[in-house]
Each structure stands twice: as structure tokens, then as C-alpha cells.
Design a protein around this ligand. Structure first.
Ligand SMILES: Cc1ncc(COP(=O)(O)O)c(C=O)c1O
Length: 495
């Protein structure tokens, strides 16, 4: 079932620790309330608790962790991540590929493998990271709409399980790579089933006019399947589709599954091509705000089975899915230290020591978040606030409009929940900010997953105007592929 939680009340008003400097303007209707783990467990990691006013996760005190590791800091609840991975494993799908683009580091790859999931990657970089961490390459699926030939060669050589083909050119490149490696490579053909996921445009990938896959319309997808069949070094093992992200309405999923299954039947009836796997992507929605809904794994999978059944006997095919945020999202929070708090004309601006360099989604997708103090339980009345970052952009927002207690002040530790997916992996060095560390917590123990970047790291990349010899590119900076046309990697810096 999709689980929905009733909206919670903003925290009760009480005696304020420090009086606001001016009277709080009336709160606009429907303003998202701030809420801690006891008021809104749906947005907090499973093990989040308030202990003597402090936020604890995995039995670890967040103020103590912030003192030890600094802020901004990404914190991952290992128990939450693993619990959700197991929910997907038991969802009724035959295979679950964790979409590592949501969050990946060596230790997370090991959690995924330990819980019995496969992995979906989007680059050789993600593939190498996982395999170097011990992940079985045969359980990895590679995506991407513009995979360099050199990357295809490298992953095929290391024994990747499946490559999801996205264009005719790529099918030919992959066939050559498999031939050279002396392998028959399993391929899924990505198709665009022409279904919108009713989501923000930037994260809708299943319509007809998108850069991903072969449109079902006008015979493009059929042509792709026939191209795969032409190569003896390739085997068309499956069909793939992903219609978008943050899906809470199952109608689009069911329709996409029906269309993909219909295409599988067409391939069989018209061309005698038998496909065994249907990989129907990820995108299960999760709550970002108190009271938000989650599309449960079993419901997601049941919708896909229902769609497949319209065109095929589901027993004829194996169903694979690719959840990302649904596994990693709620497991992660970000800790920030509050700095300047400024009352604007209509809203109060609560500035923190991070921003769009570690939390891109609010600026990129206008994504909504909530926040709560991690060092003490606030007692002030709710005030219309916006949590802003320290970057030199007006759009540098960490938490858009929210009713934050009015006693929040400089020095407080603010925790923003549901930042486990698409935060650490999208972090940048904008305004020359080093990227935050990632720490996991479980059973009272904190462990460093990714160390904080330092100013020395950033300085090392600044090459200071070294003259370049264009005829002798350095091995580290040579293009990984001779697949023209390509950007001129030789212009990259030398150490
Ligand atoms: C092909 C593919 N699979 C899986 C995912 C994971 O989506 P989500 O993290 O929303 O589950 C994505 C996200 O963009 C995707 O493009």
C-alpha cells in the first residue's frame, strides 16, 4: 500500500528561549511544519530518536558527531538503508538492482551485495568503484545514453552482467567490445514507452521525446532489437524502461509495463525473438515532508505485474526493478550549523554553513524538505522561515518555506532529513567549498564512509597555468576512448 501520514501540527508554542526581535507575521496557509522524529517518523531514519533533547541516530548523538566531524555532514543510518533494501528484495520482483546513482561509496556497495541485491550503474566510474569494493561484476547493469566506447570495452573486460543499450551506435560499439573480449554480452534494450510519470519535467524520462532509449513509436525499438540480433557477440536478454522518479501514482507504472510487455510479445510473434527479462526501472516515491506518502515496494511491483499480465503470462518473464531513492533517501540526513538569522520583509532567513554545493535538489528541481534542531528541542512559536545556504546565489535554498520555531539561533545544529539520495553524489565545489564527509551510524558506532574534502585537495587540482604539450597527453589525462567526436580531454590539467 502507499502509506500516507496525516499532516502533523507544528510544535506547540511555549516559552521562548530568546525573544524574537519583531513580531512574527501570520503564517501562510499550508506552510510545511518543522517536525522531529517523534512527530514525523516518516521522514526520519528508522533509528532516529530524541534523547534528552538531542537527535540520536543509530545510537549516536548528532551534536557529538558534529563536534567530532564538523559540518556540513552527511549521516547515513545503516539500519534504515539495509531495511529498505530487504523490503525491495522481498517485494515480489525477481531481481532488484539498487540504482547507485542515488548514493554510492564502497561501503554502501557492500551493504547492497550483503542484502542480496544487484546494482545499476551509469558510468565506468560507478562500476569500478563497486567492483573494487568487492561487488560481483556479473550482478551489475550499466546505463547511459552516451557511453564512450572505451568505457564499454573496460566494463565488458571486467565481466559486467548486462549493458542497457541506448542507441544503434552503442550496440555496434558494444558488439565490437564483446567480440574483442571473446564474450557473448547480455544486453537489455532501453525503450521509451511514451508514458509520463506525472513528475517534475527534469526527472521524467519515459515520454516519447527524451534523450533516453528507443521510442516504441515508429519502429525505433524494433530496429534496435534487430540490430542486437545481427551481432553474434550480443544476446538480447531483456527490455528496459524507466518512466521517471518520485512516482506515487501507480497508473503510469502499470501502463508502461503493459506497453513493454506488448513489445516483448511483438518481438516474439513478428521476429521470433525471445526475451526473458523485463527491467522496469525505479522511481518509487518517498515522503520528503511530514505527512508525505511512500510508494511501498510490494505495491510498485504489483502494479508492474498487473501491467505485464495485460499482454503476457508474467511467468514467462523475470521482472527486475531499479529503486534508488526508495532505499537510500530516508536513510540519510545532513547536519548544518546555523549562522546568521535575518528577519526579511515576509520571511525569516536562517543561514547555514552549507547550501547548494551539498544540497542541489532544492535549486535544481525546486524539491521540498523539512528541518529540525539536532542539539535541543526548540520551544518557540512557528515562524515563516526559509533555510538558506552560504553560497553567492539568491536561489541557494536548503529548505524552502517552512514553519521553524522562532527560537532557532546562531550555533544551533540543524538536521535536514531525506537527504540520503541525490545529495552526496550531486555535491559540487561551487564557491570553492570542499565537499562534506559521509559518516554511517549503527549500534552506537559511527564510521567514516567518505572523508571530508580539504582545501588542500582543491588546491592540488589548480594547475597554475602549466604549459601543455598537445602531442604528448599525460596518461592520466588521455581520453578513455577514440570514439570520435569527443571533448578534448588533453586540455585537462596536469599535476
Ligand atoms: C534508469 C534509471 N533507473 C533507476 C533510477 C532510480 O530512480 P529513483 O532513485 O527515483 O528510484 C533512475 C533515476 O533517475 C534511472 O534513470
Amino acid at each position: 500500500m502507499t502509506t500516507a501520514h496525516p499532516p502533523r501540527q507544528a510544535p506547540p508554542s511555549g516559552a521562548t528561549a530568546s525573544a524574537p526581535q519583531c513580531p512574527a507575521p501570520a503564517l501562510p496557509d499550508g506552510l510545511a511544519p518543522a517536525a522531529g522524529p517523534e512527530q514525523a517518523p516518516e521522514v526520519w531514519p528508522l533509528t532516529a530518536r530524541t534523547v534528552a533533547g538531542e537527535l540520536h541516530i543509530g545510537g549516536v548523538s548528532m551534536p557529538a558527531l558534529a563536534r567530532a566531524c564538523g559540518t556540513p555532514l552527511y549521516v547515513v543510518d545503516e539500519a534504515d538503508f539495509r531495511h529498505r533494501a530487504r523490503q525491495w528484495r522481498d517485494s515480489g520482483a525477481d531481481r532488484v538492482h539498487y540504482a547507485s546513482k542515488a548514493f554510492l561509496c564502497a561501503e554502501a556497495a557492500r551493504w547492497v551485495q550483503a542484502e542480496g541485491l544487484h546494482l545499476d550503474v551509469c558510468s565506468q566510474g560507478e562500476f569500478d568503484l563497486a567492483v573494487d569494493a568487492g561487488f560481483d561484476p556479473a550482478l551489475i547493469v550499466l546505463h547511459g545514453n552516451n557511453k564512450p566506447a572505451g568505457e564499454l570495452e573496460a566494463v565488458v573486460r571486467r565481466g559486467i552482467g548486462v549493458v542497457v543499450a541506448d542507441s544503434l551506435e552503442e550496440i555496434d560499439d558494444l558488439a565490437a567490445a564483446a567480440h574483442t573480449a571473446g564474450r557473448v554480452q547480455d544486453v537489455y534494450l532501453r525503450i521509451a514507452p511514451g508514458v509520463e510519470a506525472h513528475t517534475h519535467d527534469y526527472i521524467a524520462t519515459g515520454g516519447d521525446d527524451v534523450k533516453f532509449g528507443f521510442p516504441l513509436a515508429q519502429g525505433h525499438a524494433e530496429e534496435g532489437a534487430l540490430r542486437v540480433r545481427r551481432h553474434p557477440s550480443l544476446r538480447l536478454a531483456g527490455i528496459h524502461a524507466h518512466i521517471g522518479s518520485q512516482i506515487l501514482d501507480i497508473a503510469g507504472l502499470r501502463l508502461a509495463a503493459e506497453r513493454v510487455a506488448g513489445f516483448v510479445r511483438l518481438l516474439d510473434e513478428r521476429h521470433g525473438i525471445t526475451v526473458t527479462d523485463l527491467d522496469l526501472g525505479g522511481g518509487a516515491g518517498i515522503p520528503y515532508l511530514p505527512g508525505g506518502a511512500r510508494l511501498e515496494p510490494a505495491e510498485f511491483v504489483a502494479a508492474l505485474h498487473a501491467g505485464i499480465r495485460q499482454a503476457l503470462d508474467p511467468a514467462r518473464v523475470r521482472l527486475a526493478v531499479e529503486p534508488g531513492r526508495s532505499i537510500a533517501g530516508t536513510a540519510g540526513i545532513t547536519l548544518y550549523r546555523v549562522g546568521v538569522v535575518k528577519q526579511g520583509l515576509r520571511r525569516r532567513f536562517v543561514s547555514v554553513d552549507g547550501g547548494m554545493s551539498d544540497a542541489l535538489r532544492p535549486s535544481l528541481y525546486l524539491a521540498q524538505y523539512t528541518a529540525w534542531t539536532a542539539n535541543r528541542t526548540p520551544v518557540g512559536d512557528p515562524r515563516h522561515s526559509v533555510v538558506v545556504g552560504r553560497h553567492c546565489e539568491s536561489g541557494d535554498v536548503v529548505v524552502p518555506d517552512i514553519a521553524l520555531p522562532d527560537d532557532i539561533a546562531a550555533g544551533d545544529l540543524l538536521a535536514v532529513p531525506v537527504t540520503g539520495a541525490y545529495h552526496h553524489v550531486m555535491a559540487s565545489n561551487y564557491n570553492h567549498q570542499p565537499r562534506p564527509a559521509v559518516v554511517s551510524v549503527a549500534d552506537g558506532q559511527a564510521r567514516l564512509l567518505v572523508r571530508r574534502e580539504t582545501f588542500a585537495d582543491l588546491r592540488r587540482r589548480d594547475s597554475g597555468g602549466l604549459p601543455l604539450d598537445l602531442h604528448a597527453p599525460q596518461p592520466d589525462h588521455a581520453p578513455r576512448t577514440d570514439h570520435a567526436p569527443r571533448t578534448d580531454h588533453a586540455l585537462q590539467e596536469r599535476r
